[in-house]
Design a protein. Structure first.
Length: 118
C-alpha cells in the first residue's frame, strides 16, 4: 500500500521557519517527481515545489522562491520542505504528492496544516 505521510506543520509567527517532512512508502519512487502543494482557505490548491527523486532536479514556485527549499533523503525515503521567512499568506494545508510526470500526481498525502500569525 502506497503511503505519503506529511508531518511538521504547526502554528508559527511571521518570520519563523518550519521544516515539513513527507515519508514515502509502499513502492519505489525513484522515477517519480515528489511535489509539495498547498491549499489556503477558500483558495485553489497550488504548486509549491517539486524534486525528481532520481536526479535531485528541483523546481520552485515564484511565490516562495528564495524562502522555501525542497530536498530528499533517499536513505529515509523522505522529502523535506524547508520554509524560512514565513509570511501569513503561507498559511495553508500542505500536501505531499508523487507523480510519474509533472502533469498529474498519482499519489497524495493527507496534508499538514501550517498557520503563520502576523
Amino acid at each position: 500500500q502506497v503511503q505519503l505521510v506529511e508531518s511538521g506543520g504547526g502554528l508559527v509567527q511571521a518570520g519563523d521557519s518550519l521544516r515539513l517532512s513527507c515519508v514515502a512508502s509502499g513502492r519505489s519512487f525513484s522515477s517519480y517527481v515528489m511535489t509539495w502543494f498547498r491549499q489556503a482557505p477558500g483558495k485553489e490548491r497550488e504548486f509549491v515545489a517539486g524534486i525528481w527523486w532520481s536526479t535531485g532536479i528541483t523546481n520552485t514556485a515564484n511565490s516562495v522562491k528564495g524562502r522555501f527549499t525542497i530536498t530528499r533523503d533517499s536513505a529515509r525515503n523522505t522529502v523535506y520542505l524547508q520554509m524560512n521567512s514565513l509570511k501569513p499568506e503561507d498559511t495553508a494545508v500542505y500536501f505531499c504528492a508523487a507523480g510519474r510526470t509533472t502533469y498529474g500526481m498519482d499519489y497524495w498525502g493527507k496534508g499538514t496544516l501550517v498557520t503563520v500569525s502576523s
